[in-house]
Design a protein around this ligand. Structure first.
Ligand SMILES: CSCCC(=O)C(=O)COP(=O)(O)O
Ligand SMILES: [Zn+2]
Length: 198
């Protein structure tokens, strides 16, 4: 399907970019784009691969539970279920999961949520004003995507397009891959600033 191939091409290019930033080290991280919202269908990166070396074929189409549709050639990301939950709840067009260090360090210090305010970069994170109080939710890590999904949904705020999974990494989303990347880049700056100044 051409749409899936195009999504795969875009996901591979984004993953190479994030790898160059040091945010997809080893085989860490995964990315998805939403093909359809009803029924929910995502194109997600395949599991266990070096995300800096993906080709357009290294993607899998999954359903709302993160399960591969029939006849897919690879295994979907182990975290596809959380991507699908975020896409369903937030209406996201793209979700990126990155193993950035700053969010994980911040979650260690502020496990109840990471507060940000009075920072110009908040505008790049999708907020209308720099002086909003923004709380980035933190949830405990789990290997069960339903547990992570339930914890995400319980604390979901439509105005905050990010979630930190403690001792793991961060999820950021947007209407497309570029919007998600811009938000992820700004959030990394904000959390690095916070951990280095407080
Ligand atoms: C060292 S990566 C451990 C698994 C993980 O957290 C991750 O982001 C990559 O998982 P995937 O199944 O998408 O390769
Ligand atoms: Zn991960």
């Amino acid at each position: 399907m051409i749409e899936v191939f195009q999504a795969g091409h875009a996901l591979a290019a984004e993953a190479a970019r994030y790898t160059a930033m040091g945010w997809m080290r080893g085989t860490s991280g995964n990315l998805s784009v939403t093909l359809d919202h009803d029924p929910l269908r995502l194109v997600v990166t395949a599991s266990g691969l070096d995300k800096g070396e993906l080709s357009a074929a290294d993607v899998v189409v999954v359903d709302a539970a993160g399960e591969a549709l029939p006849d897919q050639l690879q295994r979907p990301s182990a975290e596809a279920g959380l991507h699908a939950r975020i896409a369903a709840v937030a209406g996201a067009g793209a979700v990126v999961h990155l193993h950035m260090l700053a969010p994980v360090i911040a979650a260690e210090r502020w496990p109840g949520g990471i507060e940000l305010r009075d920072l110009e970069m908040l505008k790049g994170f999708g907020r209308a004003a720099h002086d909003d109080l923004v709380t980035i939710p933190v949830i405990p890590n789990s290997q069960d995507m339903r547990v992570l999904g339930d914890a995400f949904e319980a604390g979901f705020d439509p105005a905050t397009p990010a979630l930190v999974v403690a001792r793991h990494g961060v999820y950021v989303w947007g209407e497309d891959l570029m919007a998600a990347r811009h938000r992820a880049e700004c959030l990394e700056w904000l959390l690095r600033f916070k951990t280095e100044t407080e």
